[in-house]
Design a protein around this ligand. Structure first.
Ligand code: ADP
Ligand code: ZN
Ligand code: ZN
Length: 708
């Protein structure tokens, strides 16, 4: 029988960004005039649109024996952007792994890792961009040639030891290193030296930081050290044009250093030679929507598979990393542990003072505590700083004036009509604002229920603390930095600069200021309301509190000359709590050991692996029914006996914007068992989500969730 010759065309598999949970796998077959290699950027038709895609590989010819003989008509690739070198196999493998691990499609993961502007480019526009980039880089290179060699500080003995160890690691596969270094021990200098070594060998370095607002500071330090190198940043604060330009520089191998937030873990870097994850414990490394990946974990994976050293740094490592870097006999032995316990310049860590609020209440009366946010001894300590012209930071993790307003006669409270939460009173613009759904209204003149005009704030947020401190410390310059004070673009940088310039005596702030900023003249940090985390239902809350307070303490006394009188103050009703006891001794290791022991006996991470299935619906019944049906479905899957499925429960804030939210925890003692179950479970869930009794608005799976 005569078989007609196939058309002189190739079939390519192409990744496209299909909506999440779509039934298609987001890898589609297209015809192409040439067998473009995997990783080539292409433009393809999708429905009525033309979209950006990435060649995933050659497609297999359809099996003529299959189906009803009618092969679907394949559409053709519109164009290939061959001016751009294809993505490396390493990059494609990273995408494939992230997609499989976090249960998303590779198309979604790959395309969402690209700068939005790149996805819209056609070949002609791309060529123009590349030419422009060439020019810009040439100009920069010329300027760099005139740069003078920077001065490097002599290394401390601890830095030297750490760097010697790192230098002795043979090329090739090797475990990641966890640099456990006190705040101010000079971890950044270690990153700089490691980067220097890698750059000298002709490779690129990738440095991740948890927050956008830490990138300028870091960029400045790297730029000062490597004036003749091309350094780019990648984060969501860039304009689309900048982001594209930076991304292209990295992808083309022109940028030597890429600094960025979690998204940068997907940077395409052909000469990658080092990955640094600074403040590796920071929850910001976990993406909270779409593919809920952990950039820290992906960095470790990427390093292993591209055979590139990975350096994780922290003064308070995540318990997962600490455990991995622990002794092999105890289940660790997967990471190399490097330590730098001393501060540069020999400065002591600040003394920690724990104020027993019960004692203060007994001494001064409970009323005094309500009226005054700070216990008298703490207030005295602040005054002392003022007298010496030193700065203080008062931390309160709650913005607004008061978390709730209430009516003194009928008990009305400012509940949000759309959420299971209170609306927060903001005094500056006299609004009631829900921090969950965003609804904002003017504060009513009188109680909406009984008409009594006497409605009062309850509790305290940063605005009120600022106001109370201004009353208590006349003449002091009080500043406030929180999400409200920094809404305008560039205003955070401005406010930080004014603190650095010494224009603020007492800074009130949320955790936003506790991280990473290097305030030279700050000799006191106070946490006035830290206790909530001790009794949270989230088992990670103590870990976060401990690291926040250690970080915050690290802001104090960075100037060695002032270190001797630096203090961290904590007001608490539970002064005897083990967490505060460990903090007093700056003893992360003891804290970590006690937490790990607790987690081990309770079978919690890192001794188990978790995923959280969430469902949103108009009614709680539907959300819970979806999860219950999902649980039933899971029970029939092979390997189900190795996985524990908890009963579905309402989310901690069960209603947001009139949507009911529920969640269900899934747990296994091994990653593999959990992954096996998830992979089999997901396809069925997609189908289930459209069934009438369990038709939810949204559902999502969070692998290795950070908050439960
Ligand atoms: P960390 O990141 O560990 O908190 P940094 O890297 O910010 O600490 O270092 C703290 C301070 O010490 C910085 O001002 C830095 O410039 C300085 N520093 C670091 N290493 C040295 C060194 N070897 N000699 C002198 N100063 C150093
Ligand atoms: Zn009332
Ligand atoms: Zn609301």
């Amino acid at each position: 029988m005569d078989i007609p010759a196939p058309p002189a065309e190739h079939r390519l598999r192409v990744l496209v960004d299909l909506p999440r949970h779509s039934r298609l796998e987001a890898v589609l077959d297209y015809l192409a005039p040439e067998p473009w290699p995997a990783g080539t950027l292409v433009r393809v038709p999708l429905g009525k649109r033309e979209v950006c895609g990435i060649v995933w590989g050659l497609a297999e010819a359809p099996d003529p024996a299959e189906g009803d003989g009618e092969t679907p008509v394949l559409r053709s690739v519109v164009q290939a952007l061959t001016d751009l070198p294809p993505f490396s196999h390493g990059w494609l493998r990273l995408v494939a792994f992230a997609a499989a691990y976090y249960q998303r499609s590779p198309g979604e993961v790959a395309l969402s890792a690209l700068p939005p502007d790149l996805r819209d480019l056609e070949a002609v526009q791309l060529a123009r961009r590349l030419k422009r980039l060439d020019k810009a880089l040439a100009a920069a290179t010329k300027a760099a040639a005139q740069a003078v060699a920077p001065e490097r500080p002599a290394l401390s003995p601890e830095q030297q030891t750490v760097l010697d160890t790192l230098a002795s690691v043979p090329q090739g596969p090797s475990p990641p290193s966890l640099l456990f270094g006190a705040t101010g021990s000079g971890k950044t200098e270690v990153y700089l030296r490691e980067a220097e070594r890698v750059l000298a060998a002709g490779r690129q370095a990738l440095v991740l930081v948890p927050e956008i607002n830490l990138t300028p500071q870091l960029e400045a330090r790297f730029a000062a050290r490597f004036p003749d190198r091309c350094i780019v940043s990648l984060h969501s604060g860039l304009t689309p044009a900048q982001r594209l330009q930076h991304w292209l520089s990295a992808h083309l191998g022109r940028a030597d250093l890429v600094l960025g937030t979690r998204m940068a873990v997907f940077a395409s870097m052909p000469r990658l030679g080092l990955i640094v994850v600074d403040e590796e414990h920071d929850p910001s490394y976990k993406q909270q929507e779409g593919a809920r990946y952990s950039a820290r974990d992906l960095a470790v994976w990427r390093g292993r598979h591209e055979q590139v050293p990975v350096l994780l740094g922290s003064a308070t490592p995540s318990l997962e990393s600490w455990y991995n870097a622990g002794p092999a006999e105890a289940g660790g032995g997967r990471y190399r542990r490097l330590v730098m316990p001393s501060r540069i310049g020999g400065g002591a860590l600040p003394a920690v003072r724990v104020v027993d609020l019960a004692r203060i209440a007994a001494q001064f009366g409970k009323q005094a505590l309500r009226a005054h946010p700070l216990a008298p001894p703490l207030l005295d300590a602040l005054r002392e700083r003022l007298g010496r012209g030193e700065q203080s930071l008062v931390l309160l993790n709650r913005r607004g004036y008061a978390p709730v307003l209430h009516c003194t006669s009928c008990g009305w409270k400012s509940a949000c009509p759309h959420c299971s939460a209170w609306r927060v009173f903001h005094k500056l613009d006299r609004t009631l604002r829900c921090h969950h759904c965003g609804i904002t209204e003017r504060v009513p003149r009188a109680c909406p229920d009984c008409g009594d005009p006497d409605i009062q704030p309850m509790g305290r947020g940063t605005e009120r603390l600022e106001e109370q401190l201004a009353d208590l410390l006349p003449g002091a310059r009080i500043g406030r930095i929180d999400a409200d004070s920094t809404r305008a673009k560039g205003s955070l940088a401005e406010q930080l600069a004014s603190v650095h310039a010494g224009e603020v005596d007492v800074l009130v702030g949320t955790q936003m200021v506790a991280k990473g900023h290097d305030f030279r003249r700050m000799t006191l940090v106070a946490a006035v309301q830290a206790d909530a985390a001790l009794f949270s239902s989230d088992f990670r809350a103590p870990e976060r509190l401990f690291s926040l307070l250690m970080q915050a303490g690290g802001r104090a006394g960075r100037d060695a000359a002032l270190a001797g009188r630096s203090e961290v103050w904590i007001q608490t009703w539970h002064p005897e709590h083990a967490l505060y006891a460990a903090l007093r001794r700056h003893d992360y290791e003891a804290f970590a050991a006690s937490q790990l022991a607790e987690r081990e006996s309770a079978g919690m991470p890192p001794f188990s692996f978790q995923a959280l299935l969430r469902a949103d619906a108009r009614t709680p019944e539907v959300a819970l029914a979806f999860l219950e049906a999902a649980a039933l479905r899971a029970q029939d899957l092979p390997g189900a006996s190795e996985v524990l499925i908890y009963p579905p429960v309402p989310a901690p804030i069960h209603r947001i914007a009139d949507v009911e939210r529920a969640q269900m925890l899934v747990e296994a003692s091994g990653r593999v068992a959990l992954q096996r179950l998830l992979a089999q479970w997901l396809p069925g869930l997609r189908a289930q989500a459209s069934e009438s009794t369990t038709r939810v608005l949204r559902w999502a799976l969070d692998v290795d969730p950070l908050s439960i």
